[in-house]
Design a protein around this ligand. Sequence first.
Ligand SMILES: [Zn+2]
Length: 535
Amino acid sequence: MMPPMLSSGSAKTAWRKGNCPPGAHAVKLLLCSLLAGCIPALICPARGGPQWHELVSPHYVLTTDLSPQEARTELLHFEESYDVLARFAFAASTGPVAERTQVVLFRSPAEYHDVGPQQTAGRFIHHPFDPEDTPVIAMFGDYVNQPRRVLQHELSHFFIARYLPSAPVWLNEGLATYYETTVYDNGKVVFGQAREDHLRTLAQLGLPPLRRLLLGGADKFYDDASFHYAGAWLLVHMLNQGPGHQRTRFYSYLNALASGQSPEAAWRGSYGELNLEHLDQECRRYMISTWDALVADFRPAPAVISPARQLTDSQVHLTWERLRDNSAAGRATARLDLQEALAREPGSAEANYRLALRLAGEQPQDAERLLRAALAVHPQEPRYWHAMFRVRLHAQALSPDSEDGAAGVQQAFAQLVSLGRSARALDTIARYHTEREQLDEALDFAQRSVDRDPGCWACRDTLAQILSKMDSPAEALAEQRRAINLLPEGLSLPSLHRRLKQYLQATWTKCRRTPLGAVPPEACRALTGPAETPP
Ligand SMILES: [Zn+2]
């Protein structure tokens, strides 16, 4: 990606730290409702709650209980945000997308906190039972946590997953926090507004140790989140807007990452050997310096927005069910959502499908029955066949000698191959081929799954396994690193790290033993990364 053509702001738009413009507040909430978790704030229309609507724009499907007029206004802002980030931050195509980003916008914090974690105003929510796992941005907006800012943070993560899947956590959160404050008005877009809350944290606690921030990984980062968010924001701000040629170098680093280089190699190529002491001094100097705003001309592309479609009560419950967390309470509430959805609309294909997903693990026969009901309504729906294939595969594992079971698996697999287009469906097909050692077919589907959704960590994990089986451990290692980088926040899967170690060892061994004799360790270290060289 190219650095966007930006100019430094005039003296009018320059400001000192701690002197931030009105409205520059945090996405993170410091105060939570005392009632949160006790009394559900979400009340469905049938019980006297607000009406919900769905609106479709070129890049989003928005579901919300704001009035249709308010929803339209927000959606126009969201389209502008997409346009700005795509054009200036990630140099991406802004044309129509194959899969629109799903956004659920709650009209109040209390409603959002029925499904989203406290102390947040928005996040990607992943459905733990859904093999298609289409993440949804769930968020609310109010005066402090303006919807546009929350959206810009989450949308940055979306672009990073797509274009910079190797981005380490400090860069991922640093860029999201940096672009969150982007504002535009009257033909101008302004980047890098000061974050009052982060500056306060830095003033109170100082700069986080850079060794931990840069090299500590996601677990350490989120352990002390507000401290590390502040440090990551400052570092990205400096790299983007700092004195000298910082910006050009930063974009050469981002471009190197985007071209598939490891984070270590990309850093070395743009900044030389990582010198933590020097970087620390630069950050401290930057913290107390005067910053200029980055300004660019911007005219939003006109966006066509569909008329608001009112959701039925059943569809409202299905919207909420997708967002419930995986705790015992979250699972129980999700079941209640599905019961209500089915009670009001017993023939709802989607409600039958979603209940089947939740029963698939323990009650595969019930799940099969529900999926048949869903397929009776929509016989060509690839998601239903995807679920059916997995349910039948699971049932077959429980009774491997059943001939009917084997035939059912084959029938569902054939349907999935002919209809499946989503990254996750292609990944499921790739995994099935891998288990059967059909590696050429597996590789084809795995590569298509990653092309379809570069942010799909499971697809990259599968691709790494296939590359490893095909004796390409260095490529497997690079893919596995990306898979781990892309894991949703809070999800830690030891199996992914186990495989990473295995590929690391294999890369090292293969590098050191070539037919021409032993390769010097330094050359192999360049492949495996200095911090991870096996002893
Ligand atoms: Zn974030």
